[in-house]
Design a protein around this ligand. Sequence first.
Ligand code: SF4
Length: 311
Amino acid sequence: MDIEQPTLFPEPDGWGDGRSLHDVEYIHTRAKRIVNRVPEASRMPFRFTINAYRGCAHACTYCFARPTHEFLGMNAGEDFERRIVVKVNAAEKLRRELRDPRWGGDHIAMGTNTDPYQPAEGRYKLTRGIVEALGEAGNEFSILTKSPMIVRDLDVLVAAAERTHVRCNLSIGTVDDEVWRASEPGTPPPRQRLEAVRRLNEAGIPCGVLIAPVLPGISDDPAQLETVVEAVLAAGAVSVAPILLHLRPGVREVFMPWLAEYRPDLVPRYRRLYAGSYASAAGARMSQLVQELVREHGGLPVGPSRTRLAA
Ligand code: SF4
């Protein structure tokens, strides 16, 4: 990817009402390819992705994508949050790649390495252009986001859903305002995301929720999870799945200093729990608890869309 001129916008169109988004630098680039093939060894439930941006001004402390910024010669901390690479030719490139006779029409996932509806999207509308292109080509796709900005694109999402399978997921790790403000300072409030879940499902776009990530000792209390499950079911989510925090190298260097400041009492526990990248036993217990909570609160809506979870 060739990086072209940097562009400074003093005040991007932001949804987050946590951290100030002033002084975000947007670096324009023209991507040589826009559809990425996921490595064969990956356990992700999709084989192709599109990321119109690199870096993410949502600035989640735990973001697993942070180390990818290092491949661009930038750091996984502030650079990842404030130096956003914008693939300005994303939609036009996609149209060309979808027309290529070698393209097989596979499912394409968005939101796997950056948020497609981060503040930059308010200005650049690249995700909107991508949704239009996929819809016109009848190519199935899914979107994972933390932003209610997705409802801006209801018109093109509905048009796409008339021609192909479209699936959305909102990521809502907590509805506890204090935890949200501390851990995801640049993201829109969880209540706005719940409203987006409701609007998408009402418009006929199946939308689920990933309770992600759940932070041990911070947002994994059964009462906290029950509050999330109740809110998510009330919003009409067609699926609910929790994901416990992963802390891989490159991410823990950003996350652990944050934890040491926010909850120093938890540092020894995290060191034990995350001797590897993932606390698998705790993750399995939490998944079971969430399934039980979903059942106790009346279960998911019945319908064909509840079975599909791409992003
Ligand atoms: S919204 Fe997603 S991609 Fe953006 S910083 Fe948060 S976890 Fe990372």
